[in-house]
Every structure is written in structure tokens, then in C-alpha cells.
Design a protein around this ligand. Structure first.
Ligand SMILES: CC(C)(COP(=O)(O)OP(=O)(O)OC[C@H]1O[C@@H](n2cnc3c(N)ncnc32)[C@H](O)[C@@H]1OP(=O)(O)O)[C@@H](O)C(=O)NCCC(=O)NCCS
Length: 187
């Protein structure tokens, strides 16, 4: 847990040009506070402690505007910029070194049971106001543009997707214009 928190702190320094020094980052970067509380809440959740993980998540949400369910799995080096309005659901998975801006939702459609939130690979950037719903897969090294809506469609690795509904506009470094493939319905 502490190693991951150290990597999260480093991610702020790497991704945020406004983060001037370590003390300012630790005191003032509220999305980092939300991530640190999530790391603790997730550990308590893994130890099967009742109530406390959700209680911590609720306090973090009230204080920072970032809502991360303690059961979500998030890799190290996670960076959220601005933070307010970010929602990460219970069965979401996020890989290493991912970046999210404010108002990003990794949510459910309301139609699925069990695994019902997105799985995001490593080194993925998700722009502000983007909404990803359902047990979809987002491949590694992908950029999701601001204001993209991705509902029950998978996103391949190494691409840029933008729009509502989102389309692939770059893949493996080349300009393309392709729709996303629909996510298979879970059985
Ligand atoms: C998508 C993004 C990551 C750029 O990815 P990229 O692969 O470097 O794409 P490019 O900048 O080369 O843009 C390619 C095309 O997509 C368009 N585009 C880029 N982002 C877009 C978006 N969010 N929605 C619609 N079109 C977009 C560009 O205008 C460009 O179009 P053009 O070729 O007609 O000029 C970036 O534009 C973005 O949306 N970042 C999110 C950042 C954010 O949320 N910031 C909030 C700060 S408060």
C-alpha cells in the first residue's frame, strides 16, 4: 500500500505542471488525498473489515468530490486532475499509470449483475466529462478525449477515441475513423 501511495505522489509531480513542490502537493492536491484514502479503504476492504472502508470512502467523497468504491482495483501511479465529479464503481479495474480528469465516470449501465463496471488497461488517459458504462474493456496506452461517451463498447489498445458515441480517430499512430466494437453481453 505504501509503495503504491509513493508512486501516486510521484504521478502528481510527473503529470501536474502546477505541482510546485512535495509539501504543496501533499497539502493541497485534493484528488491525491482521495486516492490515499482509497488505498487505505481498499486495504481494509481486503481484510474484510465491515463498514470502515465505505465510511472512509464517504468521508473522502464529501471532502474531495471524488468517489472511489473501496472494492475497485486501481494500479499504482494513479493521477486524477481537479477531481470533482470522478466516480469509480465497485467492480471497476484500472491499470498502472492512468490519468483521469474531473467528471469522469467508470459506472454501470444498471442492467448488469456482478462485474458491471469498466476494466481499464495501463497508461490510459481519460479526459474530462467522459462517461464509460458497463463491463467494457479499455486497452492499454489509449487516450480517451474529453467529453467521450462509451457505453457497452470496447476500446482497443494504442488508440485515441473521441466523441459521443466515441469513435477511434487514431490507432497505432495512424489516423483512422472507425466505430468501437460492441462489448459482448456477460452470460
Ligand atoms: C484526445 C486527446 C487526449 C488528444 O489525443 P491525440 O491523439 O493527441 O489527438 P490530437 O490532438 O492529435 O487530435 C486529433 C483530432 O481529434 C480532435 N480531438 C481531440 N480531442 C477531442 C475531443 N475531446 N473531442 C473531439 N475531438 C477531439 C482534434 O481536434 C483533432 O482533430 P483534427 O484532426 O480535425 O484537427 C486530447 O484532445 C483530450 O481530449 N485530452 C483530455 C484532456 C482534458 O480532459 N483536459 C481537461 C483539463 S482541465
Amino acid at each position: 500500500m505504501f509503495d503504491k501511495i509513493c508512486r501516486d505522489i510521484r504521478a502528481v509531480r510527473e503529470n501536474d505542471p502546477a505541482a510546485r513542490n512535495l509539501l504543496e502537493t501533499l497539502l493541497c492536491h485534493t484528488p491525491l488525498h482521495a486516492i490515499m484514502v482509497y488505498r487505505l479503504a481498499h486495504q481494509l476492504y481486503r481484510w474484510k473489515l465491515p463498514l470502515f472502508p465505505r465510511l472512509l470512502a464517504t468521508v473522502a467523497k464529501a471532502a474531495t468530490g471524488v468517489e472511489i468504491h473501496p472494492a475497485a482495483e486501481i494500479g499504482e501511479g494513479f493521477f486524477i486532475d481537479h477531481g470533482v465529479g470522478v466516480v469509480i464503481g465497485e467492480t471497476a479495474r484500472v491499470g498502472k499509470n492512468c490519468v483521469m480528469f474531473h467528471n469522469v465516470t467508470l459506472g454501470g449501465t444498471g442492467k448488469h449483475q456482478g462485474k458491471r463496471h469498466p476494466t481499464v488497461g495501463d497508461n490510459v488517459l481519460i479526459g474530462t466529462n467522459s462517461v464509460l458504462l458497463g463491463p467494457i474493456a479499455v486497452g492499454s496506452n489509449t487516450l480517451i478525449g474529453a467529453n467521450s461517451f462509451i457505453i457497452m463498447h470496447d476500446v482497443p489498445p494504442n488508440c485515441t477515441v473521441v466523441g459521443t458515441p466515441a469513435r477511434i480517430i487514431k490507432q497505432d499512430g495512424r489516423r483512422v475513423d472507425r466505430p468501437l466494437a460492441r462489448t459482448a453481453e456477460p452470460e
